[in-house]
Design a protein around this ligand. Structure first.
Ligand code: FAD
Length: 364
């Protein structure tokens, strides 16, 4: 029989958002392990970063912001070795962080479900069952890759993979590769595969939104956040972050546009066994299709709570579910970046403490 432990707060996920929450819960007076635990599915530290491809470097997409209090350890991503794989650096730093602040992370502890038993919240995981007052979901998006449906995809004889399955450019040496998607990952793959693949074709459903700033402006950041925030409040499926921010026309990207590497075709209309069919009826032979088409929030384990609206998303305002204020979200929607995850940690931890007081759980 599975033993059931009791705790006040269960945080699900130990990426940037979950660790940030755990840090602030401790600062606000909760006792690690006795009052709260963090359950993480990953075999190691690093959140989704541990699964990212070898060649991805810190700063190659956006800036990676430091976890709150990381400076206490004398560490900063800004001064980390940017020649080393990002995943190695992030795994190391998160590991040191968890140890230094004695954060109560249990792993591997995949959460299979969060449900109700007589109105009590019960979390079922690989590390056992927990009855809890609150749940803070910080599961990110890496585990929920999104691939749009295109007719004929199932009959393609070549290789299809999503960003989450990409490991190295070498696997595509000499091949004809089609990259789908209008975001930073697609651009990164095009740079990596240039000169390795025999033929590279980029396609996107939307025209590419190049922005002239090399860093995100506060206005572009604010627009992206408000689009996500509006959607989360309305319970809509969340729009892509890139649809709000655009892709910076860095010097490298500008040169790529000039030499024709970073010029996207309109989306193909169907997939054939040997390639993709363009709107004009012609066929492009392809060995591989890389779907750099983004991710969705990973929420499957919350299904028993029935938080989803008919519009397709979960209505979240100020970090909490509208349907059950005992369920919090960190790193969701407008917070899906390292800086957003940090802020979420502070805000959600404070709200969780306030909710515990309301429930009469603190001091009990
Ligand atoms: P994650 O890091 O995904 O952590 C979620 C954790 O939850 C994981 O450890 C996972 O194993 C765990 N989990 C999930 N489901 C369960 C479950 N059912 N049970 C138990 N545990 C579970 N952002 C930036 O700010 N700067 C960048 O440069 C940047 N580069 C990026 C590059 C790529 C290719 C991608 C895809 C994203 C990038 N991002 C970047 C966005 C980035 O992912 C976020 O900023 C941030 O790291 C996400 O943190 P998180 O804690 O929300 O999610």
């Amino acid at each position: 029989m599975t033993t059931r432990q009791r705790t006040r707060v269960v945080v699900i996920g130990a990426g940037q958002a979950g660790l940030s929450v755990a840090y602030f819960l401790r600062r606000l007076g909760l006792v690690p392990r006795d009052d709260y635990v963090v359950l993480d599915r990953g075999p190691g530290t690093g959140g989704a970063w541990q699964f990212r491809w070898e060649s991805l470097r810190l700063g190659s997409a956006h800036r990676v912001h430091d976890l709150p209090g990381l400076d206490e350890l004398g560490l900063s991503f800004a001064t980390a070795d940017h020649k080393r794989p990002a995943r190695e650096v992030v795994m190391e730093y998160y590991e040191a962080y968890e140890r230094h602040f004695e954060l109560p992370v249990l792993r591997p502890a995949a959460v299979s479900s969060v449900g109700y038993e007589d109105s009590e919240l019960v979390v079922r995981s690989g590390a056992g069952e927990f009855a809890t007052d609150l749940v803070i979901n910080a599961t990110g998006t890496w585990g929920a890759p999104f691939v749009p449906y295109v007719a004929g995809a199932e009959r393609f004889r070549g290789r299809q993979l999503h960003t989450s399955g990409y490991t190295s450019a070498e696997q595509f040496r000499g091949q004809s590769v089609v990259i789908v998607g209008g975001g930073t990952s697609a651009v990164g793959f095009l740079h990596e595969l240039e000169g390795v693949a025999a033929q590279l074709t980029w396609t996107s459903r939307r025209p590419i939104d190049w922005i002239d700033q090399t860093e995100l402006t506060p206005e572009a950041g604010a627009l992206a956040v408000s689009m996500q925030d509006d959607a989360a409040r309305a319970g809509l499926a969340l729009p892509s972050i890139v649809s709000g921010t655009g892709i910076p026309r860095t010097r490298r990207n500008h040169a790529g546009i000039q030499r024709g590497l970073l010029v996207a075709e309109r989306m193909f209309t169907r997939i054939e066994p040997d390639g993709v069919r363009w709107p004009d009826g012609s066929l492009l032979r392809a060995d591989a299709i890389i779907w750099a088409t983004g991710f969705r929030p990973e929420l499957r384990h919350l299904a028993p709570l029935k938080l989803r609206e008919k519009e397709g998303g979960v209505a979240v305002a100020a970090g909490a579910s509208w349907r059950d204020p005992r369920i919090f979200f960190a790193g969701y929607g407008p917070q899906a970046s390292t800086i957003g995850a940090n802020r979420a940690g502070r805000v959600v931890a404070r709200q969780a403490i306030a909710a515990l007081s309301r429930l009469g759980s603190l001091g009990a």
